[in-house]
Design a protein around this ligand. Structure first.
Ligand code: ATP
Ligand code: MG
Length: 641
């Protein structure tokens, strides 16, 4: 297959954005940002339309958008759709067990959100209060987020897979006095004891009230005066609740990053800019058409769940599918089974899930009818071209465009992507900047590189969805993002721009290798390794090497049933040599049954780096690892390489 794939014909029909549109809109978004964003802001209903649009500086750092605008985001996601969409499904939910489903129409969503908002008010929550959500993937998770937005409370969603310790840290960090949880959640047939975890996290804490949604029916302890069943409390509250008028720059939520690179940061997003950014990106990137079923598989515990399960789709009056479980339960055809049953039009998932499903071959995909699919998307990590092709050909039957969307918790929404009806796709490249985005590649000395080049990815100008601060630590915000290159936002990612202006994320800057003076992206070496039919996944890091400066250390997991051998080691080294060149030949190969991942499924390279460097004592924060036990076996493996 060629490495430039044109949008399939159907994608171009009735698209919201052709190639010509993109060129004109992108140019205007940079030459006349105020005019452009004032126009996009009309996607949102404002109590007072802003007269000031872009008001930001990167030196000193002070960011605001739509500064004098007044709005409520819950109103925009729920109430305003009632005249036209009361009976349309807003949230289509499927539980962990196949076929267990529930739907909330926009009218139903309104009723639930009002009930939850009034429960919060009843317990004394008001504008500006932080409310921590620790929820399974059930409609009440979205309801609770929207209820907070309705009354002006700031939600902090903590992924339901986190431990009581991790939960406590996040509750304390933002001093929240309210928690919303459920008795339990189901994932892959197993009960997650959410309420019991909350009880452990709250020992000795200042949290004053906990709302408990009844979901699994498991027995839980209720602390008198503190804990309230949602069904009981919600039965007696009023059935209306006004939307709090919010200034555009009032905080909407705090979300802690996944912790791949260090201690999680409390990323703060505000109301107006985030609303415009998620509504606009959802409209263009997914090219959403009225009536379509949109399925983003992310948990609401991650930013992807915030922006593309809840706010982006609902602001656009879409039907969003929410799934409680995991992609391999009861078996690895679950996603496709759901696509078939719910006639999903747009499917958005992560490379880690695609690679895991690819391991299982085409049969589980092919046995389900996927003719409803129109568009596929990916986010979270660089996608290896091999996995991209499998997604495009096997899942999408070479019929559905794939959008590879690069963005971060910090950016609020999608930043670099192709638009499905406008651009050719290149497997492994995220694509082109979204409207208003001015990427810059900068070398170590801070020089801006022109044309085809590789460097550190910065963004030269603010965009509406940008985070405003690290909660409670503005200095960390400035230090982390604006100090390496003065006057620019530094993403922390390395990147290459090709001759067509497409961006290729090469991994975190910390992950770029310098081998005998040559700069090599870890993602490139990994993509070469996974070309081997026996290799399932690979993670590559550098380690100190006497001659080369840095040596190439490769962690490799094999397809189920395959065994490591010296012959395979030689084959893999030759494969990388052949694909990239002699300079990239791996120095050490470490076969392991699994790779350490964050709870969001990202490979935690900083731990792999430490282990490769033989720095076992200074692994840093491992609390966000999905399987902390793996670390010991990796250390053991390192001792044997
Ligand atoms: P932390 O900031 O705590 O280390 P994190 O960076 O993993 O955690 P996120 O904000 O969820 O937290 O992830 C953003 C990062 O994910 C990006 O900086 C980039 O490295 C990677 N990423 C996301 N989407 C893509 C993509 N489409 N292609 C390549 N990389 C991606
Ligand atoms: Mg990050």
């Amino acid at each position: 297959m060629q490495d430039r794939i044109l949008p399939p014909a159907k994608a171009v029909q009735n698209t919201h954005c052709t190639a010509q549109d993109y060129a004109a809109l992108h140019a205007r978004s940079l030459s006349d940002p105020d005019g452009f964003w004032a126009d996009q802001a009309r996607r949102i209903d404002w109590d007072r339309f802003p007269t000031r649009i872009a008001g930001w500086s990167y030196d000193p750092v002070d960011i605001s958008w739509f500064e004098d605008g007044i709005l409520n985001l819950c109103f925009n996601c729920v109430d305003r759709h009632l005249p036209s969409r009361a009976d349309q499904v807003a949230i289509l939910w499927e539980g962990d067990e196949p076929g267990v489903a529930r739907t909330l129409t926009y009218a139903g969503l309104y009723a639930e959100v009002v009930r939850m908002a009034n429960c919060l008010k009843e317990l004394g929550a008001t504008k500006g209060d932080r409310v921590t959500l620790y929820m399974p993937m059930i409609p009440e998770a979205a309801v609770a987020m929207l209820a907070c937005a309705r009354i002006g409370a700031v939600h902090s969603v903590v992924f339901g897979g986190f431990s009581p310790d991790a939960l406590r840290g996040r509750i304390d960090d933002c001093a929240s006095r309210f928690v919303i949880t459920a008795d339990g959640g189901m994932r892959g047939g197993k009960l997650v004891p959410l309420k019991a975890n909350v009880d452990e996290a709250l020992e000795g804490s200042a949290v004053q009230s906990v709302i408990v949604v009844r979901h699994c029916g498991n027995a839980v302890a209720m602390s008198e005066g503190r804990d309230h069943w949602y069904d009981t409390l919600g039965a007696t509250v009023p059935d209306t609740c006004p939307c709090e008028p919010m200034n555009a720059e009032d905080p909407l939520f705090i979300l802690y990053t996944s912790g791949s690179t260090g201690k999680p940061k409390g990323v703060l997003h505000t109301t107006g800019g985030y609303a415009v950014w998620t509504a606009t990106t959802f409209h263009y990137v997914f090219d959403y058409r009225d009536g379509e079923i949109f399925w983003c598989t992310a948990d609401v515990g991650w930013v992807t769940g915030h922006s593309y399960v809840v706010y982006g789709p609902l602001a656009n009056g879409a039907t969003t599918l929410m799934y409680e479980g995991v992609p391999n339960y009861p078996d690895c055809s679950r996603n496709w089974d759901m696509v078939e049953r719910h006639k999903v039009d747009i499917f958005y998932t992560a490379p880690t899930a695609i690679r895991a499903l690819m391991r299982e071959g085409a049969a589980p995909v092919k046995k389900h009818d996927r003719s409803s699919l129109r568009l596929l998307g990916t986010v979270g990590e660089p996608i290896n071209p091999e996995a991209w092709r499998w997604y495009y050909e096997t899942v999408g039957d070479s019929r559905c465009p794939v959008v590879d969307t690069w963005w971060q918790t910090e950016t609020g929404g999608i930043m670099i992507t192709t638009l499905p009806g406008a651009h050719a796709m290149k497997p492994g490249s995220a694509g082109l900047p979204f409207f208003g985005i001015a990427p810059e590649l900068v070398d170590a000395g801070g020089n801006v590189l022109e044309g085809a080049a590789s460097g550190n990815l910065c963004i030269a100008r603010s965009w509406p969805g940008q985070m405003r601060t690290v909660y409670g630590d503005h200095e960390r915000f400035v230090q982390t993002y604006f100090t390496a290159y003065r006057g620019k936002y530094f993403t922390g990612d390395g990147c290459r721009r090709d001759e067509d202006g497409y961006y290729w994320i090469t991994g975190r800057v910390d992950d770029v290798l310098n081998v005998s003076g040559h700069r090599l992206g870890t993602a490139e070496v990994e993509s070469a390794l996974v070309l081997h039919p026996k290799v399932a996944e690979a993670a590559v890091v550098g380690y100190p090497h006497d001659i080369k400066g840095q040596g190439i250390y490769c962690y490799v997991t094999l397809i189920a049933g395959e065994e490591a051998s010296e012959a395979l080691e030689t084959e893999l080294k030759q494969l990388v040599r052949h694909e990239i060149g002699p300079i990239a030949t791996p120095d050490l190969l470490h076969f392991t049954p699994a790779l350490p991942k964050t709870r969001s499924g990202k490979i935690m390279r900083r731990i792999l780096r430490k282990i490769a460097e033989n720095e076992f004592a200074t692994l840093g924060d491992t609390s966000t690892l999905a399987d902390p036990g793996l670390v010991d076996s990796l250390i053991e493996g390192r001792r044997n390489t």
